[in-house]
Design a binder for this molecule. Structure first.
Ligand SMILES: CC(C)(COP(=O)(O)OP(=O)(O)OC[C@H]1O[C@@H](n2cnc3c(N)ncnc32)[C@H](O)[C@@H]1OP(=O)(O)O)[C@@H](O)C(=O)NCCC(=O)NCCS
Length: 173
């Protein structure tokens, strides 16, 4: 299994994979919209025998406190083909994505997801840093600080890229 950045020829396969991994194609459409808006900052695929079996995307986030100049990315979505799950592919994609964020000088990463799954990568509840998300104020909203002091501490409301507004109507996320 190989993990690499997406290439132009991967676009349709990523859409199909992500649409099949979630109940609706909303997440697949989100990726297309982010890419069109040039906000799919990091997009990695897991490839096995020339088949794309996993994908992870990252896009810019901002916090309300204007004095904070930290650069943050939101991890979303993450998808692994149903017949390839529980083999560590999701974990490998998250690890590779975080590594790319570090290399790009990103200060922090946020995610909305299961704390049990993301906690193993060092994500902490957003409440610990005094940040919350417009999409969730529970423990699913988590922050990973990539360098000491890199979190958006006291940043208040964190906003995802405008393309995420497609979920405002209650679409699956
Ligand atoms: C979540 C997902 C990406 C995990 O991919 P994966 O390749 O199976 O992940 P891994 O094999 O690296 O890790 C699986 C581990 O995470 C746990 N896990 C997997 N999916 C989980 C979930 N949705 N919630 C909580 N824990 C989960 C499993 O218990 C497993 O733990 P174990 O290794 O102790 O058995 C995959 O299940 C998927 O694509 N789901 C549908 C889309 C989705 O829900 N994406 C996440 C949105 S935040």
């Amino acid at each position: 299994m190989l993990i690499r950045s997406e290439q132009p020829g991967d676009v349709d396969a990523i859409h199909e994979l992500v649409a099949s991994a979630f109940p609706t194609d909303a997440e697949a459409r989100l990726i297309d919209k982010l890419r069109e808006a040039d906000r799919l900052t990091i997009s990695l695929v897991a490839v096995l025998s020339n088949r794309i079996i996993g994908h992870i995307g990252f896009s810019p986030v901002t916090v309300a406190a204007s004095q904070l100049v930290r650069r943050g990315l939101g991890l979303a979505p993450l998808a692994v083909a149903e017949d390839c799950r529980r083999q560590g592919i999701g974990t490998a994609l998250v690890q590779a994505g975080i590594e790319q964020c570090r290399n790009a000088g990103i200060d922090y990463v946020v995610v909305l997801g299961d704390p049990f799954f993301y906690g193993r990568f060092g994500f902490q509840p957003g409440s610990r840093y005094d940040v919350c998300s417009e999409y969730c104020d529970g423990p699913e909203f988590q922050v990973l600080e990539l360098a000491d002091g890199g979190s958006p501490r006291g940043g208040g409301l964190l906003r995802y890229a405008p393309e995420f507004a497609m979920f405002d109507g209650g679409d699956a996320h």
